[in-house]
Structure formats: C-alpha cells, structure tokens
Design a protein around this ligand. Sequence first.
Ligand SMILES: C[S@@+](CC[C@H](N)C(=O)[O-])C[C@H]1O[C@@H](n2cnc3c(N)ncnc32)[C@H](O)[C@@H]1O
Length: 245
Amino acid sequence: MTTDNTAAWDQFAEDYQRLAGITTDAAHYGPDIATEAELRLLGDLKGRRVLELGCGAGQCSIAFARAGATAIGIDSSAAQIEHGRRLAEAAEVRVELRRGDMADLAFLRADSIDVAFSSYAFQYVEDLGRVFRQVHRVLRVGAPLVFSLPHPAYFLVDEDSGTPPRIGGSYFERGPQRYEWGGVTFTAFHHSFSELYMGLARASYRVDLIHEPEPLAGAPRSWFWREAMEWMPRTIIFRARKEGN
Ligand SMILES: C[S@@+](CC[C@H](N)C(=O)[O-])C[C@H]1O[C@@H](n2cnc3c(N)ncnc32)[C@H](O)[C@@H]1O
C-alpha cells in the first residue's frame, strides 16, 4: 500500500468530499463529463456483484446499490471509507465498504465478480499490472473491468500555463509525481497509453472500448475545472473484458 497517499487521503478526505460534491445518483467517471446515466458502459446492474477499486467515499458504489447491485467498495483511506459509511446510511442502501489495498483482493473468491469498476484511483498505483491480475482472478470470464483515470496526455499539461496550455512534463517520465491539494502532498504515477493497453493485454483482457470524453457543454463547472480541459481530454476511460483463465 502506498502509505504516503493513504495518509494524504486520510488528511484531505473531508475537504475533498466538500469540494468535489460527488453525486450518489449515478456512477461518475471524472470531473465535468457525462456520468454512467448517459454513457451506459456497465450494462444492467440489477442482481450483479460489482467491485469498486479505490472507491473513496463510495458514491459510485451507492449508485450501483441503488441500481440493484450487490456493491463492494475497497479503499485504502479509513477517512474516505468512514465518510462513505455515513453516505450509505443516509442513502439507506447496503454497501460493503472495506479498508484495504486494491491490489490485495484475497478476500474475494475467484470468478465471483460481474463488474469491476474504478474511477480516478489507478493513477495512485505504481504497479497497475498487479491490480489487473488480481481483478482478473475475481472477475467472471467475459465480465468487464471499467476504469477511468487522468488521460496520459492531460497528465502532462501545465494547467496554470494559460491558453492554450503548455506541456509541463515529459511523456516518458515514469517516476512518482507529487502534487498538492490544500497543503496535502499526493503521489501519482504517469501511466502511458501503451502501458495501459498492453498491461491489460498481458493480464488477459480484451479491450472493447476506449473513451476520451469532452467536457459537458453548458453545465456548471466543478471544483476541478480548468480551461485546459477545453483543449485536451482530462479523462480516459477503458473497458476491458476478462478472457479465459
Ligand atoms: C481521487 S479519489 C477517487 C475516489 C472515488 N473513486 C471517487 O471517484 O470519488 C482516489 C481514491 O483512491 C484511493 N486509493 C489510492 N491508492 C489506493 C490503493 N492502492 N488501494 C485502494 N485505494 C487507493 C484513495 O484513498 C482515494 O480515496
């Protein structure tokens, strides 16, 4: 587990939840883009077992439970999970929220999950191949892993460099990258497009969808909004299906 990020999320959780204002009505893929209500990448969730990796305060898992799924969320931050328990109680839905590392799914039986999902958490994981392999074990054959993370190109944009935005880093840089929110330091990792695609292929998934959503037109902007998001997709979404064991 990346303990510095765990501590950072514990410290920042309450501010993050207040600033981000994430809905529990529909699963979200990132700031200022369409939600699952419009994108429909997960299919009908009624009666399905859905695993959310890096669930934060579990807003997406709550949305899955509302859609009739058995929702299981895992996150390394106790403060995020605690916030999620309060949200689930307020929403009057049952969601299993667990504190733990998403790369350790030993608590789940093989071939027991119908949909695996992650929104904006994979950038905090250095060894994504390990996560892909763990998720592969617990998914049923043909079942999807759907995830979003910062677009590998947007990751390099210097958001405060003006219009048009400038590149602030090298695409080839693979080391940890630190950034600050509200005085709290987080560590993220730049996963290139080929690393994501080939990582999935190597772990025996077949990628069946890649989406680079544009910002929603005419919608009120979130706390995350920057003009740079008009120039470059901030988010990339992958859907990959488990091939045989
Ligand atoms: C940007 S938040 C996104 C949370 C949630 N998916 C959402 O969209 O609101 C990233 C989350 O990933 C979690 N996280 C980071 N690394 C993790 C790991 N290795 N295992 C489990 N959770 C992790 C953090 O604790 C944090 O709650």
